[in-house]
Design a binder for this molecule. Structure first.
Ligand code: XMP
Length: 509
């Protein structure tokens, strides 16, 4: 395993992704990790990530310098390199010129990190500090026009430093450099596969749960579905899933979950029909944040009521993913933490004395999808677009009624049918219909109509933090509009949303 020390760089999850893509397991830990904890992890190599601080500032994050006596190879990236240089007796200072963006890199050592890489290549720089004096035993292994120490090495100790970011695509040979570190320098082996993950998780889950019972909230989304299947693989009928039908789901969602999990996978699933409670709670509510709160609270009530029937349950399963863990404990917050906070509908039923079991907590989203496939989850679920916890309630703008939900469901089915038929479903981050609280005049046959407006939202994105409206072909949009207006009674106008995030958001509410 490779240990990545998190100094708060926006790229640290990317480093972990790059390592795992090579089938080498890695874990991201905060700089405060103790030496004993580090030893217990028994890393084959350590990567010190970049970060926003300056090493000469008071209070800037440090690792225990004893890390350099473990006899393990270390790669410091940007701030990580500064922290290594500083800990080993070198000097870092503020650069006269900040360097940001592409830079030509001239390497002069083809043995370590730069093995197999031509002398002239490009790299991605983003720094305001630079190494002035190297510690004993280190030499310069690459430079750019502005930065003398763009890379450094102490090959005897197997310590390496890069001022630039090998983990981003803008450093074209970055992947090769990281691979050199993993395999040539650390002697890593490609042992991290989904098969090995399943084997080890099943063993861990069995020994943790023993003969006790586990309950899990199943939503039909990727994370909870994969969690259910993995737990089921490990403990079979000791698992009971609870599916709360909040009446805000898309067409046929509840029956699909029933068919797949109950009939096909033979998982215990309890279906709770809470549609009435949700709709009553939402009656007349217009404000989106109020809607979220009501939905969150009603969900917990419904879930707790059902879960309370399982007196013998000792564990609560959750589909927590690795980025949630990293972000929630990061000392530096990170922009993602703030923006997503309002999205976590519900939370833990606190009154229940249950221990948490989170078997996906070390996985990234794309790994969860691979795992789902490996566990036999159908392709269309593995690649399901995100669907928000509050469901259609935040896509029926203004107050939510049974009648409005019905109109929206019909429009949504048509849209998704067309998107799938055109082969666009997986290319789009999300695509959905929104029902506006407005009516407009139209003409159908010889009749004047006065009906609803449906907006179509389709975006591309990699992480939902930013998104761009999808440039869908006009003829295709025309076809969707025709079908919705012809087939959905109550709609006489369709508009296409051409706003990006930021400044807009993906959902309308
Ligand atoms: P926005 O609309 O903020 O959404 O650009 C970013 C991503 O989060 C989803 N989303 C939610 N997910 N509960 C959720 O579970 C929510 O309240 C919620 N609001 C937005 C949205 O669909 C997109 O993927």
């Amino acid at each position: 395993m490779i240990l990545i020390i998190d100094f708060g760089s926006q790229y640290n999850q990317l480093i972990a992704r790059r390592v795992r893509e090579q089938h080498v397991y890695c874990q991201i830990e905060p700089p405060q990790i103790s030496l004993a904890e580090m030893r217990a992890l028994a890393p084959e190599g350590i990567i010190l990530s970049g970060g926003p601080a300056s090493i000469y500032e008071k209070g800037s994050p440090r690792v225990d310098p004893a890390i350099f006596d473990l006899g393990v190879p270390v790669l410091g990236i940007c701030y990580g390199m500064h922290s290594m240089v500083n800990a080993l007796g070198g000097k870092v200072k503020r650069a006269e010129k900040r360097e940001y963006g592409f830079a030509g890199l001239r390497t002069r050592d083809a043995t370590g990190i730069f093995h197999g890489i031509e002398e002239e290549t490009k790299c991605w720089m983003s720094h305001g500090d630079m190494v002035e004096r190297l510690p004993k035993g280190f030499r310069v292994t690459a430079s750019t026009a502005n930065t003398r120490v763009a890379a450094t090495a102490n090959p005897r100790k197997r310590f390496y430093g890069l001022q630039f970011h090998p983990e981003v695509v803008h450093t074209p040979k970055g992947k090769r450099m990281l691979n050199n570190f993993l395999f040539r320098i650390c002697g890593g082996k490609k042992t991290w596969t989904m098969k090995s993950f399943i084997r080890e998780s099943v063993r861990d889950i069995r020994s943790t749960v023993d003969d006790k019972k586990v309950i899990l909230g199943l939503s039909g989304g990727v994370d909870s579905s994969v969690t259910a299947l993995l737990l089921h693989r490990a403990i079979g009928n000791q698992l009971t899933c609870i599916f709360v039908d909040n009446g805000l789901l898309r067409q046929d969602e509840a029956p699909q979950v029933k068919r797949l999990f109950k009939k096909h996978f033979k998982v215990n699933v309890r279906f709770v029909n809470a549609r009435r409670q949700f709709l009553e709670g939402l009656k007349g509510v217009v404000d989106p944040e109020k809607k979220r709160k009501i939905i969150g609270r009603t969900f917990i009530e419904a879930f707790e009521k059902e879960a309370g029937k399982f007196k013998e349950a000792a564990f609560l399963g959750q589909g927590t993913l690795y980025p949630d863990i990293i972000e929630s404990r990061s000392a530096f917050g990170g922009p993602s933490a703030v923006i997503k906070s309002h999205h976590n509908v519900g939370g833990l039923p606190k009154k229940m004395k249950l221990k948490l079991i989170e078997p996906l907590k070390h996985l990234f989203k794309d790994e969860v999808r691979i795992l789902g496939k490996e566990l036999g989850l159908p392709e269309d679920l593995v690649w399901r677009q995100p669907f928000p916890g509050p469901g259609l309630a935040i896509r029926v703008i203004s107050d939510v009624t049974q009648a409005r939900l019905a109109i929206l469901r019909k429009a949504d089915v048509i849209l998704l049918e067309e998107i799938r038929a055109k082969g666009l479903y997986r290319k789009l981050w999300q695509s959905f219909a929104v029902l506006l609280p407005l009516k407009s005049v139209g003409i159908m046959g010889d009749q004047r109509t006065y009906e609803h407006i449906v907006a179509i939202r389709a975006v591309t994105s990699t992480d939902a933090m930013t998104a761009d409206w999808a440039r869908l072909p006009h003829a295709f949009l025309g076809r969707i509009s025709n079908r919705i207006i012809n087939e959905v009674r109550g709609v006489n106008r369709v508009v296409y949303d051409i706003s990006s995030k930021p400044p807009s958001t993906i959902e309308w509410e």
